[in-house]
Each structure stands twice: as structure tokens, then as C-alpha cells.
Design a protein around this ligand. Structure first.
Ligand SMILES: NC(=O)C1=CN([C@@H]2O[C@H](COP(=O)(O)OP(=O)(O)OC[C@H]3O[C@@H](n4cnc5c(N)ncnc54)[C@H](OP(=O)(O)O)[C@@H]3O)[C@@H](O)[C@H]2O)C=CC1
Ligand SMILES: O=C(CO)COP(=O)(O)O
Length: 300
């Protein structure tokens, strides 16, 4: 293993933005499934030899990717994905811990559109890890335009990052149906309470939901057309099928599969998650306006 070296794995939108950011103060390698014309693009074996890895592969693909490709050599890992595996209902920290000890794993959270990070615009993010040492080692790699905070609340960050994508779909639907700003603000703030309730069940700290990881990322994603998940919601409001929307998008919208994961977990653990439930019903074909009426009307 090459000491003090860093690589990004997954050269999609977020992987490329993180690679840009992490290349400001030192050399940062990057690799991906598909070979790309990016500076310092290397093969996977070279990347896996780095001491520090940042992995930006969509949540639904992580387990298989780790099984097929990952070789643990005591690397320290930052997980950049935001989602919950739908087939198993497993959180990403549970999946990663089968391959890497938890002291070597951290999660990036907070409001951070790749399109802005790759322009060097300022943002604040959080590294969430059981190990403060891991944060101390990763933090100096980040450029000045990214302020990096530390939190121990791995599950709080994971639930926030994943859940806000589902709520962004709901918010996009509300906007697309022209139900007004009042309705959308109600939905977002009730969504914040809903994701906090869900997270609390799995041991998340309440404070994570009012900070950058929770409210910060939710407000960002649920109010901007830069968000893919929000745009999925706009498409659903126009009556497009989810297949058509995802085809047009050509990038991952984690909220789609995470809605399924949350519904699975809510049923199993009896957690009240009405917005995630309606998003899943809409994805399965329910009329979006009927759903929003069911969520927002006083006589329901
Ligand atoms: N975009 C953003 O603003 C942010 C995204 N995130 C999160 O980061 C994660 C990645 O998102 P993003 O980069 O934007 O998504 P993109 O759709 O832009 O890219 C996803 C990348 O994942 C790779 N990939 C897909 N399937 C596999 C697989 N089976 N095995 C290996 N690699 C695979 C692809 O690599 P290849 O091209 O080489 O085939 C693809 O480029 C998501 O969880 C997202 O929620 C988090 C914060 C911000
Ligand atoms: O997580 C994000 C910003 O923090 C990106 O959101 P989208 O995946 O909806 O574009």
C-alpha cells in the first residue's frame, strides 16, 4: 500500500467533483468501471493500493462491487454514496463493515451538489465516523473551499442523506403539480420530522437532523432543479413513467430505490413514514395528485 496516497473510486458526477476538490492540495487518483479521459485516471488495482479511498458508487451497487472488486489492505475509506440498499434494507455502514473495520470507515454528508463543488464554490460537509482519528486524517486532504466538520453519528448521517432524496422526490411532485409554496414548505418540514423519527428508531442523534446532514441537505435537495431526485418528482407530476424519467436523467436518483428500502424497513419496524409511503405508491403507479391530497388534506 502506498502511504499518504488518495484515490476516488467511481467517476460519476460526485466522484469527479470530489476528485477535483481532492486534487487541489495534493495528487488524487481516480478510477471507475468505465475508462475515462480524466487527469490521474488509473486502473482499479493502482487505486486500491492507496491508503485513503473515497468511494462514490451508487448505493444499490455497492455490495456487489465490494464482493467482486474490493481487496482490504488496511485502507481508510470515505463513503460518498447516499442511499439504503433496497433488496436487503441494509444501511451502507452495515454493508461496508463486512469488508472493512468500522474504525476505518467514514461517511460524507451535508449539502453538496457536485455541479457546484466542481466549480470550486464554497460548501460545508461532514465526515461521520466512529473514529475521530479517521476524520483528522482525511480533513487535511480537502481544499479550503470545503469546510469539513466531524460527527460520530454515522447512522444519523446515513439516514439523513438517504431519506432526503425520497423527500426531494415528494417536493418535486408538489412543485410540478403547482400546489404552491405553502404546500411544499409543509411537506419539507413534515419530511424533516419523518426522517428524524425513522432515524431515531435506528439510534440516530436528533441533532444530526437539524444540522448540515439533515436539514441542510434536505433544504438544498428538496428545493432545486439541480437535484436529480427533485427532477424525478417533477417528471412524475407530469405523468411520465419512472422508466422514462430515469432514461432521460441518465444518472442515478437514489431516492427511487431508497423509497422502497424505507417502506420495507418501516413496515418491519412499525415506523410511521407517510411521505415515503406515498412516494413509493406513486412510483408504483398511484396518481400523484391523489397522493398529495392524501398527505395534505385535513379530512384524510
Ligand atoms: N451528484 C451529486 O451532487 C451527489 C451525489 N451523491 C451520491 O453519490 C453517489 C454517486 O452519485 P453520482 O456520482 O452523482 O452518480 P452518477 O450517476 O453520475 O455516476 C454513478 C457512477 O457509478 C458508477 N457505477 C454505476 N454502477 C456501477 C457498478 N455496478 N459498479 C461500479 N461502478 C458503478 C458508474 O461508473 P462508470 O461511469 O465508470 O460506469 C457511474 O459513473 C450516489 O449515491 C449519490 O446519491 C452524494 C452527494 C452529491
Ligand atoms: O446529495 C446531493 C446534494 O447534497 C445530490 O442530490 P441529487 O442526487 O438529488 O442530485
Amino acid at each position: 500500500m502506498t502511504k499518504n496516497s488518495i484515490a476516488v473510486i467511481g467517476a460519476g458526477k460526485w466522484g469527479q467533483a470530489l476528485h477535483f476538490a481532492l486534487s487541489q492540495k495534493q495528487e488524487c487518483l481516480i478510477t471507475s468501471r468505465t475508462k475515462k479521459d480524466i487527469r490521474n485516471f488509473v486502473d482499479l488495482d493502482t487505486a486500491l493500493n492507496c491508503e485513503y479511498l473515497v468511494i462514490a458508487i451508487p448505493a444499490q451497487q455497492i455490495k456487489q462491487w465490494l464482493r467482486d472488486n474490493f481487496v482490504y489492505k488496511n485502507q481508510k475509506i470515505l463513503v460518498a454514496s447516499k442511499g439504503i440498499e433496497a433488496s436487503s434494507g441494509q444501511f451502507l455502514n452495515e454493508i461496508y463493515e463486512e469488508f472493512v473495520p468500522s474504525k476505518n470507515i467514514g461517511f460524507i454528508s451535508g449539502p453538496s451538489f457536485a455541479a457546484e463543488v466542481i466549480k470550486g464554490l464554497p460548501a460545508a460537509i461532514v465526515i461521520n465516523s466512529k473514529s475521530k482519528k479517521l476524520y483528522n486524517e482525511f480533513e487535511p486532504f480537502f481544499p479550503n473551499f470545503l469546510k469539513v466538520y466531524y460527527s460520530k453519528d454515522v447512522i444519523g448521517a446515513e439516514v439523513s442523506g438517504a431519506y432526503k432524496n425520497v423527500l426531494a422526490i415528494a417536493s418535486g411532485i408538489c412543485a410540478g403539480l403547482n400546489l404552491g409554496n405553502n404546500a411544499r414548505a409543509s411537506l419539507i418540514s413534515r419530511g424533516l420530522v419523518e426522517m428524524q423519527r425513522f432515524g431515531k428508531h435506528f439510534g440516530a442523534k436528533k441533532s444530526s437532523f437539524i444540522g448540515l446532514s439533515g436539514a441542510g441537505d434536505l433544504f438544498l435537495t428538496a428545493s432545486s432543479t439541480l437535484s436529480r431526485n427533485y427532477r424525478v418528482g417533477l417528471g412524475l407530476a407530469q405523468g411520465k413513467s419512472i422508466e422514462e424519467i430515469l432514461e432521460e436523467l441518465g444518472e442515478v436518483a437514489e431516492g427511487v430505490m431508497t423509497a422502497e428500502a424505507i417502506n420495507k424497513l418501516s413496515q418491519k419496524h412499525q415506523i410511521y413514514t407517510p411521505i415515503a409511503k406515498e412516494v413509493k405508491l406513486i412510483l408504483d403507479g398511484k396518481n400523484p395528485l391523489d397522493s398529495l391530497k392524501d398527505l395534505l388534506s385535513s379530512n384524510q
